[in-house]
Design a protein around this ligand. Sequence first.
Ligand SMILES: [Zn+2]
Ligand SMILES: [Zn+2]
Length: 208
Amino acid sequence: MPAETHLPQIEWRAACESGACPVCHLAGKRTAKYLDSLLWEHVTDREFRYAFRAAGGFCQGHSRDLDSFRDGLAVAILHRDILGDRLEAFRKKKAFKSKAPCVICKERERVEKTYFTLLSESAGAERAAFEASAGLCVPHYGKFLSQVRRPPKWITEIQEGAYRDLMRRVDVFIDYSAFGRDADFATLSPEDKTVWKELARALRSDFP
Ligand SMILES: [Zn+2]
Ligand SMILES: [Zn+2]
């Protein structure tokens, strides 16, 4: 069996050890690589240029990734088209409407789907790695449920069990934050005193 066959499994296990939602971790890494290859290799690719233009450029989030990009020429060539289309829309006093999704978001969706499948079919070392991981963030678990036809029970138990635990800790935090309960609040662990940060993090996806 060629070595590449095992690559997604190796990446998955490493992502599970990252301390973050493994799908956020992998989607972030893969889309950053994709953006890099788009700008280096596909600026002259007509199909890509068309899709980019139809989308009206990258979405707000992925546009921000360009700030740290080194190849100014690729960014200039691609975005010149976009500014041209906007100027044309302004001239006609019409709002610009995109006709396609952001190409990076589309790639991210594809990558997420790949890892949802890998997770739903995982056993042995991959399953153990997920069991020891931070688990999926709430947005990714929602997507996982909508895209995987029969989500394995062991995954739904881990995920929903973890959210219920988080909910219980948040309830205690709220109760102990009430006026006159300083003594109770002082008994909370450092993690429980900042559980609101964990809650905010769990409810969002991270795409570094
Ligand atoms: Zn996530
Ligand atoms: Zn995007």
